[in-house]
Design a protein around this ligand. Structure first.
Ligand SMILES: Cc1cc2nc3c(=O)[nH]c(=O)nc-3n(C[C@H](O)[C@H](O)[C@H](O)COP(=O)(O)O)c2cc1C
Length: 247
């Protein structure tokens, strides 16, 4: 029997991201978050508008999305209930947050230079995505149950770094989902992902079918034309189909 309930939170289970952003003094802030999802090479982030991360994203327009593995719980717990904001917002004070200036030290992680953006990567994270901000807008302003001022931030990935351990054998650019063990947050607790249940029907076709920009010759032209036609027919992003994918 189902029950109609009034949960305080809707944290149903999403990957933890350690997001690097640039502080005004040139140092890198690192913060755990998990309201994140990806579509294509773009990612939508749900953030507390008062966080240092949001302030940094507004000012510098760059970040790194570092994905910790399920062996990195201590790093995430080291950052939990901390903020890079010297003036801790009142709602965070009430939740027990404190200011920490060196987040890498608090997490026990090592900063390492990025290739395209200025904020540093977290070396120990098996996945690091350098990204630039495309759009920031208020989120859930009309939702009377929203407890914090929130924004959604659309970022576009410009460089992806992964440990070779999680690459599929024989493929230079493909993640092996059997080898990738993300850290997940569900209702504030941290989990691994368990084992694969059974072969997925969705995964039957070639992964490259999702990447029309990788095709060359006739196939490439046909792919671009299909993307352009689909955008025209169904709406969506205004970016022209042949646009540069690497900047
Ligand atoms: C596992 C985990 C997941 C979190 N998910 C989010 C999130 O999705 N969005 C958010 O705004 N804060 C999230 N937080 C809280 C942020 O870490 C918190 O806002 C923090 O103050 C951000 O750091 P900053 O102020 O230095 O940017 C999460 C915290 C933890 C430990």
């Amino acid at each position: 029997m189902h029950h109609a309930i009034e949960p305080s939170i809707h944290y149903w289970g999403t990957p933890v991201v350690l997001i690097s952003t640039l502080n005004e003094d040139g140092s890198t802030n690192l913060a755990p978050m998990s309201s994140a999802w990806w579509l294509g090479w773009s990612c939508m982030l749900g953030l507390d508008a008062s966080s240092k991360t949001t302030e940094n994203l507004r000012r510098s327009g760059e970040c790194v999305l570092n994905l910790p593995s399920d062996t990195m719980v201590e790093a995430v717990n080291g950052l939990a209930l901390t903020t890079g904001s010297p003036a801790v917002p009142l709602h965070k004070k009430l939740l027990g947050y404190r200011h920490v200036s060196d987040k890498f030290e608090a997490a026990g992680l090592t900063p390492t230079p990025s290739m395209v953006v200025t904020p540093q990567r977290a070396h120990e994270c098996p996945v690091q995505m350098e990204a630039v901000v495309e759009d920031i807008r208020p989120f859930a302003g009309g939702d009377p149950r929203m407890g914090v001022p929130a924004v959604c931030v659309e970022v576009r990935i410009v460089k992806v770094h992964v440990l070779s351990d999680i690459l599929m054998a024989g493929h230079e650019h493909r993640i092996d989902p059997d080898q990738w063990h993300p850290l997940l947050m569900s209702f504030r607790e941290l989990y691994g992902r368990g084992e694969k249940l059974q072969k997925s029907r969705l995964a039957r076709g070639p992964e490259e079918a999702y990447a029309p920009w990788k095709h060359t010759g006739i196939k490439g032209l046909a792919g671009k034309a299909l993307v352009a036609w689909s955008r025209h027919r169904y709406g969506g992003s205004e970016q022209p189909a042949g646009a540069d994918t690497h900047s």
